[in-house]
Design a protein around this ligand. Structure first.
Ligand SMILES: *Cc1c(COP(=O)(O)O)cnc(C)c1O
Length: 375
């Protein structure tokens, strides 16, 4: 069987068995496999140090979960809003952002994104908050683009609306702001891939304690007694072993991804702005690589497909088009006309291959197909 695509869109880059083996041997001799074991604890402390070194986090606690989705859901539940509280969510995101709100017993309300960053801005959220009462807002680091923390810290301070950052794909890139709370993903497809897992990062020690307790059925305090109605959403020792090995690989991983981004940018520069990129690209390394061609997504996907290049339409369709989210309200109206930027991106964004195994030849081939498509 010949594969249809010889250039893949995303190839995970995780530690090899030999890199993880010493940690697995340690786990085996500990005979401790889950329930906040020694490797999970070591990984949490190591991530605190990592976030301080890479992103300036100071005095932050890190808690691990089975995924970013459960980290977000349990952080929301730990905040103990009234059931059915409205939570503002951008319509351009991975469905998990809205699912975490629904699974926590609240109402996601959708809002459009900014035309340049493709993210929800504090200005847009403030407009929504002037018209209705929200308990929280979940800005999303779209495609791994780090979110402007200062703007959101000011928003939270001025409105009193809690800000939970869904920065699932931005681990290592997202600067950490004192008063804000962050959820990162360790899924295999993210730049910092471990397999499955999520991190909650906050200075709020009570939020860490409560969400950890919720991830372990609601146990806390006296042994064998549940204090809240939790679930099982714990990280485990196998994944912590992968995570510890991945920390050591990170400098090389991110360097390689940066080289791939630079190659793309050099080649795209030759196309005289006929292909748009997410605002600020180059000052950070994205998780995936969507390009903007006005109303040209469908034709470009077909051309790349015919050339053996796999693409993905990350975060599309927008959340309001998913059958399972039908009936979800919009902050400024429920119909697609309330989301002009998402409607435009839907016709215009294509995720090009982006991972550390791409060669300069691969990128040249991809860009030559793109270039024919936009000429
Ligand atoms: C990947 C992703 C998630 C989900 O992360 P998991 O760890 O797989 O649950 C949530 N939100 C965004 C924006 C993502 O990109």
């Amino acid at each position: 069987m010949t594969p249809k695509h010889n250039i893949h869109c995303l190839v995970p880059d995780l530690p090899s068995p030999s890199e993880v083996m010493p940690l697995l041997e340690e786990m085996h001799s500990n005979r401790w496999y889950s329930n906040f074991g020694p490797l999970v604890q070591r990984f949490e402390r190591a991530m605190e140090a990592f976030l301080e070194q890479e992103n300036g986090a100071c005095g932050f606690g890190v808690a691990t979960f089975s995924s970013a989705t459960t980290a977000l859901e349990l952080a929301i539940r730990a905040l103990e809003f009234e059931p059915g509280t409205k939570v503002l969510v951008p319509a351009l995101t991975f469905p998990a952002t809205a699912l975490a709100v629904l699974n926590a017993g609240h109402e996601p309300v959708l809002i459009d994104v900014d035309a340049h960053t493709w993210e929800l801005s504090p200005e847009l959220a403030a407009k929504a908050c002037a018209e209705a009462t929200y308990g929280a807002v979940i800005p999303v680091a779209a495609y791994g683009r780090p979110i402007d923390g200062a703007g959101w810290a000011a928003f939270q301070e001025q409105t009193g609306v809690r800000v939970l950052m869904d920065v699932a794909a931005a681990l290592g890139q997202q600067p950490i702001e004192d008063t804000l709370t962050y959820c990162f993903s360790l899924h295999a497809t993210k730049p910092f891939g471990v397999g499955e897992g999520g991190l909650l990062v906050t200075q709020d020690a009570q939020l860490i304690d409560r969400s950890k307790s919720l991830s372990n059925f609601g146990f806390s305090g006296p042994a064998g007694v549940i204090q809240r109605q939790g679930t099982n959403a714990k990280f485990g020792e196998y994944y912590a072993a992968m995570g510890l090995a991945q920390i050591d690989r990170w400098p090389e991983l991110i360097e390689r991804r940066r080289e791939v981004m630079n190659l793309y940018q050099q080649q795209l520069n030759k196309l005289d702005n006929r292909v748009g990129l997410q605002a600020g690209m180059g000052s950070y390394v994205p998780a995936v690589f969507p390009v903007y061609i006005k109303n040209g997504a469908e034709a470009l996907i077909a051309a790349l497909d015919a050339g053996g290049v796999q693409t993905r339409r990350w975060y599309l369709p927008p959340l309001y088009e998913h059958p399972a989210l039908k009936g979800t309200k919009g902050a400024f109206g429920d119909d697609p006309s309330a989301f002009p930027v998402c409607e435009d991106l839907k016709q215009s964004l294509v995720g090009l291959p982006f991972h550390g195994f791409l060669s300069a030849e691969d990128i040249a081939k991809i860009i030559s197909i793109v270039s024919e498509g936009v000429s």
